[in-house]
Every structure is written in structure tokens, then in C-alpha cells.
Design a protein around this ligand. Structure first.
Ligand code: G3H
Ligand code: 13P
Ligand code: ZN
Length: 339
């Protein structure tokens, strides 16, 4: 079974009316937790690597770890996606490495901090989409910028996605998936109180879905930051501040209105950290690292099982045969004529 493409996996999710979790990967145990969680609930899964992850693991390790995952779990569709590509060259590097999907985040300039202008975003995203589609690789673009509405995290500037501009952006760029900014931010510190539908601007998702019913939306910053994990980390010597994430019910509402890819990194980090802290504290005589990594891997698996089930993806792994990049490339031929 080849690596799946984001486009096929999200097309299938749209048909089935569910969302697919996209979990960040940096090392073997995290990847094993993700894949075994997806296997356990028989769900397709998106494994995504940031530039930081590629630098941390090394490109060859990352690529071959994911290929090993596909080999060990041939019954589930697995996508290898570049998270937040900062410039076209990074996306091309990922494609050469074997990624089947890339995000060109042209909402920010290549420094990853400064919000860009619309023309720049269209230009770089279209450049990536044209080159990626020739090879059958899928592309995610982003319109609007993430950022904490209340706590000032992220780029520090919040630009919510404009639905009319979204229509133009999708037409101009040909992206397979569109990341929308609705008021979420990356990391553990998103909100100082439980966010309401207003704080999260869920109405934008509904509006965009009405205008672009065939476009798959992506929700970044979708960790729920469970209080139980924060409490466990702090009880085991951690010092995290009080915080609130994105309630799962809000994500489920998004899924009812066209959200198909749900990005979760922080929840996995919290689960792994809680397990590591507890195990190290509980076994002062232990010095075999496997004793610590095993519960950490299991903790990651539990998060993935829970989220894939909540997003409705459980049980859908066997719904379709994974298409190769060549087969996907043929589908794009002719699509951009006249644009
Ligand atoms: O978008 C951010 C993801 O959580 C990845 O974070 O750049 O620290 O790997 P990272
Ligand atoms: P969280 O920090 O909420 O997990 O968001 C992850 C993300 O959006 C990765 O692109
Ligand atoms: Zn993100």
C-alpha cells in the first residue's frame, strides 16, 4: 500500500461526513502511538511534520520512519504531510523527500511571523500547487492568520478568513484544502476561559462552506488541552499555567460544515509529557529508557484513538483503496485550464 494523499483522504472524509486528525510527528514513539491509535479504531490518519520536526529527526529518519509505519499498517490510509511550509523551496524539498502532501503557508512571509499580503499568498501557493499536482501531491493553503485573540500568542496578529476572499483564493490557487483562521492559535495557551462560539467565529466556517461546498477546510490549533493532562503534569512536578483549548464540540460543529482536517499537536505533547513525568517520578531506580517511552507511546495512542473517534473517522480505514501519486497526478490534468 503506498502512502495516501491528503486529497483522496479528505475527498473520502467529505463523502462520509467526518474529519481526519492530523497529528504531528517528531520521533519513532510518537509515530508508533499515532499509527497504532489509528489501527486500533480503524481510521485513516494524517501524519504531519513541521520544519522543526524535520530538523529534529533528520529528513532521512523521518521519511523512513513513516515508510516503516505504512509497511507495518498496510490496512489504514496514512498521509505524510508537511505542516506549515514557509516557502515554495521547503515544499519542493518535502515533495522530493516523498511527502504526499504539503502545506504552503503563504499567510505569513518566509520568516513565519510577519503576515503577508494577499497577492504574495496567491503567488506562492499557486506556484506550489502547480508543481505539486504535476506529481500527484496534494496542497494545503492558508488564508488569514492564527493568533490568540486573548493571550497574544501566535503571530500576535489575528486576521480572520474573509469568506469572499476564500472563494477567490481557492479559484486562483487550486489548493486541495484550505486552512481557515477562526480565532484559534497554536500551543497550550489559547484561551483564558472556555471559548464560546463567538470567540471562535464558527459562523465563518459555515459561511465559507456555503460559498465553497466542495473545498475541504482545515482547522489549525485544534488541541483541546484537557484539564486532566495539565493537572497530571503539574502534579508530577510540572508548572503549566491555567489554560483552555478548543472544545471538541466546536470541532464537531466545524466537521458538520466542511472541516475535514483537524490539526492536533499540543494534546499529544501534553499526554507524552504527563506519562514521562509520572513514570520517571514513580521509578527512581529505573534507567532503561524503554520503561519511560512505552507509557509515553501508549499515552499518544490514547489521544489519537479518542480524537479520531470524536471526529467520526473511526471505522473508515477500509472504505477505499489508496490511490498512487501517479493516479492522483492524472486527476489534476486539465483541471487548471482556463484559470
Ligand atoms: O504548527 C505548529 C506545530 O505544533 C508544530 O510545532 O514547529 O514546534 O514542531 P513545531
Ligand atoms: P495545536 O497546538 O492546537 O495542537 O495545533 C497544532 C497545529 O495546528 C499544527 O499545524
Ligand atoms: Zn498549524
Amino acid at each position: 500500500m503506498p502512502l495516501a494523499t491528503l486529497r483522496q483522504v479528505l475527498d473520502e472524509a467529505a463523502k462520509g461526513g467526518y474529519g481526519v486528525g492530523a497529528f504531528n510527528v517528531n520521533n519513532m514513539e510518537q509515530l508508533q502511538g499515532i499509527v497504532s491509535g489509528a489501527q486500533e479504531v480503524q481510521a485513516p490518519v494524517i501524519v504531519q511534520a513541521s520544519r522543526g520536526a524535520i530538523a529534529y529527526a533528520g529528513p532521512q529518519y523521518l521519511r523512513n520512519l513513516v515508510l516503516a509505519a505504512v509497511e507495518s499498517a498496510p490496512e489504514i490510509p496514512i498521509v505524510l504531510h508537511l505542516d506549515h511550509g514557509d516557502k515554495p523551496e521547503t515544499c519542493f524539498m518535502a515533495i522530493d523527500l516523498g511527502f504526499t502532501s504539503v502545506m504552503m503557508d503563504g499567510s505569513l512571509l518566509a520568516d513565519g511571523k510577519t503576515p503577508s499580503d494577499y497577492e504574495y499568498n496567491v503567488r506562492v501557493t499557486r506556484e506550489v500547487a502547480d508543481a505539486a499536482h504535476e506529481k500527484g501531491v496534494s496542497v494545503e493553503g492558508e488564508l488569514g492568520t492564527l493568533g490568540g485573540i486573548e493571550d497574544g500568542h501566535g503571530s500576535g496578529e489575528v486576521h480572520l478568513t474573509d469568506p469572499d476572499q476564500a472563494v477567490d483564493f481557492v479559484e486562483q490557487t487550486g489548493v486541495d484544502a484550505l486552512a481557515v483562521a477562526i480565532g484559534t492559535s497554536h500551543g497550550a495557551y489559547k484561551f483564558t476561559q472556555k471559548p464560546t462560539g463567538e470567540v471562535l467565529a464558527m459562523h465563518l466556517i459555515e459561511e465559507i462552506h456555503q460559498k465553497l461546498p466542495d473545498t475541504h477546510m482545515v482547522m489549525h490549533g485544534s488541541s483541546s488541552v484537557p484539564q486532566s493532562l495539565v493537572d497530571r503534569i503539574n502534579a508530577a512536578g510540572g508548572n503549566l499555567e491555567a489554560t483552555f483549548g478548543v472544545p471538541v464540540e466546536e470541532i464537531q460543529q466545524g466537521i458538520r460544515h466542511g472541516v475535514r482536517k483537524v490539526n492536533v499537536d499540543t494534546d499529544g505533547r501534553l499526554a507524552i509529557t504527563a506519562a514521562l513525568r509520572e513514570t520517571i517520578n514513580a521509578s527512581p531506580k529505573e534507567f532503561d529508557p524503554r520503561a519511560f517511552f512505552k507509557p509515553a507511546r501508549e499515552a499518544m495512542k490514547q489521544v489519537v484513538m479518542e480524537r479520531l473517534t470524536q471526529f467520526g473517522a473511526a471505522g473508515h480505514a477500509g472504505d477505499y483503496e489508496v490511490l498512487s501519486l501517479d493516479e492522483m497526478a492524472k486527476r489534476y490534468v486539465g483541471e487548471r485550464v482556463g484559470v
